[in-house]
Design a protein around this ligand. Sequence first.
Ligand code: DAH
Length: 366
Amino acid sequence: MTETANLSQIETLEADVSAAIGAAADEAALEDVRVSAIGKKGSVSELMKTLGKMSPEERQVMGPALNGLKSRVTDAIAARKTALEEAALEARLVNERLDVTLPVLPGPTSDGRVHPVSQVIDEITAIFGDMGFAVAEGPDIETDDLNFTALNFPPGHPAREMHDTFFFNEKEDGERLLLRTHTSPVQIRTMRSQEPPIRVIIPGRTYRCDSDQTHTPMFHQVEGLVIDKESHIGHLKWILEEFCKSFFEVPSVKMRFRPSYFPFTEPSMEVDIGCDRSGREVKLGEGDDWMEILGCGMVHPNVLRNCGLDPDVYQGFAWGIGIDRLAMLKYGMPDLRAFFEADVRWLKHYGFRPLDMPSLVGGLSR
Ligand code: DAH
């Protein structure tokens, strides 16, 4: 074996290995090339093993030549690996591209439906959010004090009886919790924890022992509360009228404000909306029938006092709307009980597409 032969052998091997590296089409093929060249029994490694048998003079020439070969092959493999990885990533980016503007594909996402109650809560939140209201919440299990006493229903007050309350068993200390009969206790929670000016809406579940076509033991209300120094009943009427027009998506709504009584407001009113109830469905804006949708009034001075607010300084108004009834009216659903029967056929018919989020700009319902 002469020096020149060895050097040319190195050159040939380098050319072969380089060609194989260049030809490796993916990382697996490249790995095969690596093993066959610089793996334990690879062609380059085998050649390096011959160094031991060389004369010192030969080794002086061949040592650096072989080491150079090994490091060039190693570098070439690393460079090819990086290039293949980049190409693979590029290919994935091209192939796995998702056009989010395409219509939703048939399947679970397009089959699912948003319950009309959730839809209506989103619509209400969009409207009042646009008017500058924040959302407040409270628990479904409430104390007697917050559900009644602090709202100016003293113990034994006859108005308590009208609430058909679900009570829990009395606790050892005599306290009896209940399922809140309205969202009004969250008025108290809000006034006790926030400084006026207050502008909140309070959507949530409420409970009363009652069931017929327009009553279910669990139903939904949205409370509204405005407290500052000069809000008056004119503001209240304007807000409710604007709300109804926005919500029903019509230029005008027939509304009737009737004097009424609630312990926590003075004066108090109930509001009905004009509709036609002659057919199976309730139709809005036609006929001579009325459907009660909300109660409202100026917050009673006793309620303000119970929350540590001075009624000579602060005043405001509140309302409570039946969400389910609004949904029935707007979407023409005849029986409230069907809302909570969890019948998928009903939901398919009356439900809303999950990605159609209600907004004042994009449209509330479509
Ligand atoms: N909480 C009342 C009910 O469920 C509704 C209501 C009436 C709420 C008047 C109010 C209000 O905030 O001012 O019957």
